[in-house]
Design a protein. Structure first.
Length: 134
């Protein structure tokens, strides 16, 4: 069996087409992930993925009983308008405080959300790395 020789082809792309291609890749990357993600242990990889554009900035929407029509309306409005517009700049997460599981209860102190305040929207941005001179 003979193996064919590897052939490589080089394409020259002008800068305008390269910019268009880069913009398309960025747009696809920004809309590859869901616009609004529920906070569950099995979604933490989606939420905290370093490859996700905007992963360092989180907007958390806490609602009391996600099945209530008013909360569904609120979440769909956030997903379809705000989260879609800001795709790639931050991650939108929602949490139903009426039925917290162990993972969510463990995360709640970090979010600094008072369950009694639901529905509430809060922004979380991790602190910038500090550099110390030793």
């Amino acid at each position: 069996v003979s193996v064919p020789e590897m052939i490589s082809i080089k394409f020259e792309i002008d800068s305008e087409k390269k910019n268009i291609a880069t913009n398309m890749v960025d747009m696809i990357a920004n809309h590859t992930y869901p616009h609004l993600v529920p906070l569950f242990e099995d979604t933490k990889d989606v939420i905290f993925s370093k490859s996700r554009p905007g992963f360092r900035n989180h907007i958390i929407v806490a609602v009391d009983n996600v099945s209530k029509r008013s909360n569904q309306y609120l979440l769909s409005g956030i997903r379809d308008n705000i989260a879609k517009t800001l795709a790639g700049e931050c991650v939108f997460i929602y949490l139903d405080v009426s039925s917290l599981n162990e993972y969510q209860e463990a995360v709640m102190p970090q979010l600094k959300i008072d369950i009694a305040d639901a529905p509430v929207v809060t922004a979380v941005k991790p602190p910038a790395p500090s550099f110390s001179s030793s």
